[in-house]
Design a protein around this ligand. Structure first.
Ligand code: PEP
Length: 251
């Protein structure tokens, strides 16, 4: 039985003041949520105050990235132990914006996953095809290649500590959501990959969440797909009412 996971990626939005306002609203609304695991991923500057507010609530704290070394002369970077210290239990790794704008590769993603798991953080590892690759009909190959390289040499127990986010690049921030059929087919490819490589038990337990223009209006039909275990939500996570409706997709 895989617990549904709804994670909000606030990207580079919300100063500390507005982050506090947003998370206080979420905490008021979601204080008794038990069925769904809830994660918010504010920008680095707001992690500590948001982490204090979510204490004692069902809301968990996640970061949007990390660096693989624990400490050292790496100007501008943040390490896994630093994220743990401020209360993070999750971290997004390899988001397509980081791959596209900041030249992250499957290899750096792999190193970051190892660092996250070593510090007890749950990585939410993002993969997904561009529109060009989808139109070429090579989505499945793209996903398999990203999985092979981003998770190369990771053990069974490490894979079980990861969440995979399928995020088609053409659906992120565009309002063009994947249909349940498109998302379901990609999630099935990911689960089959996990089964071939790690066996049935790992593949059955692995959480695979969907991201790309998820809204209160479309979340229910996406969550009804057998292989979709949750959602990574960008734009719609910036408003307390819409994020709460997404978390409560089944009510
Ligand atoms: C994301 O940031 O991972 C994302 C899916 O964004 P949006 O929901 O805005 O498409």
């Amino acid at each position: 039985m895989r617990t549904p996971l709804i994670a909000g990626n606030w990207k580079m939005h919300k100063t500390v003041r507005f982050a506090i306002e947003l998370v206080a609203g979420l905490k008021r609304e979601l204080y008794d949520e038990k069925e769904t695991e809830i994660v918010v991923c504010p920008p680095f500057t707001a992690l500590s105050p948001v982490g204090e507010i979510v204490q004692g609530s069902p809301i968990k704290l996640g970061a949007q990235d990390l660096y693989w070394e624990s400490e050292g002369a790496y100007t501008g970077e943040i390490s896994a132990p630093m994220l743990k210290e401020v209360g993070c239990s999750f971290v997004i790794i390899g988001h397509s914006e980081r791959r596209r704008l900041f030249k992250e590769t499957n290899e750096t993603v792999n190193r970051k996953i190892t660092a996250a798991i070593s510090s007890g953080l749950t990585p939410i590892m993002c993969i997904g095809e561009t529109l060009e690759k989808r139109e070429q009909g090579v989505t499945d190959e793209v996903l398999r290649k990203q999985l092979d390289a981003s998770l190369e040499r990771q053990s069974d127990s490490n894979i079980l500590k990861c969440v995979i986010a399928y995020e088609p690049v053409w659906a992120i921030g565009t309002g063009r959501t994947a249909t349940p059929e498109q998302a379901g087919s990609a999630h099935a490819v990911i689960r089959l990959w996990a089964r071939e490589r790690y066996g049935k038990a790992v593949s059955d337990a692995l959480r695979i969440i969907y991201g790309g223009s998820v809204t209160p209006q479309n979340v229910k039909e996406l969550m009804a797909v057998a292989d979709i275990d949750g959602a990574l939500v960008g734009g719609a996570s910036l408003d307390a009412a819409s994020f709460c409706r997404i978390v409560r997709y089944n009510r």
